[in-house]
Design a protein around this ligand. Sequence first.
Ligand code: MLT
Length: 252
Amino acid sequence: VRIDVALLPALLDRVAGSVCVVVDALRATSTIVTLLARGAEEVAVAATVEEARALRAGPMRDRLLCGEVGGLPPEGFDYGNSPAEFSGLDLRGRRVLLATSNGTRALIRAAEAPVVFAGSLLNAGATARAATAAARRQGLDIVFLCAGTELGRAFSLEDAGVCGALVEAVVRDGLGLGGREEARLTDGAAAAYRVWRSYPGARLLFGEASHGQALARLGLAADLDFCARRDLYDVVPRLVPAAEGAPALRPD
Ligand code: MLT
């Protein structure tokens, strides 16, 4: 099994033959994991705030509208994009519509892959198991996609590091791949793994990342603490095709 990390959305390759795990550790994929773990039925994803507003005015009228621009809730939205905040809510039965700057775009970009999951540290172990199982079952490779920053055009340290943690979980912990011999790491995957291994913990990684620092300046450091919690949840969000105008994530 070839294990790749696309360090930027533009580097996503061989998507048709791969399980694609999208990672926006701060904060979109951590948010999606948390929303589903708190009982939300599904999280539809829009590429832009304008598109999300139009969907909510039309076919997605009943949805909780969540997302961010510049880290903060856009006008008229019910909530922002704070996993720490969502972790305290009871969302049983709710359906959500989410639009963020990089994470929801990356998920939409990955939609051509036969299997797409949303990964984060919050669900790292479960994601590694689900990706490995799907790859074996369907004879696919695995690519971890960093959502990046600046509308997906710039590298983000936190996504690379968390992808490295997921590579480690898939390879080192075995999980049915039988160790490194059967897992061929690309240079992107090896680089992400090295980034991860160079930090004593995720909180330090997030604190050193420019997006983590920007969130802290907005008073959102609680999200850095929260997103650094490894294996808090077992839920693995999986992308399903658009039914009401936007693709959505549901528990696998
Ligand atoms: C994104 O999609 O760029 C992020 O999730 C931004 C954020 O921290 O809210």
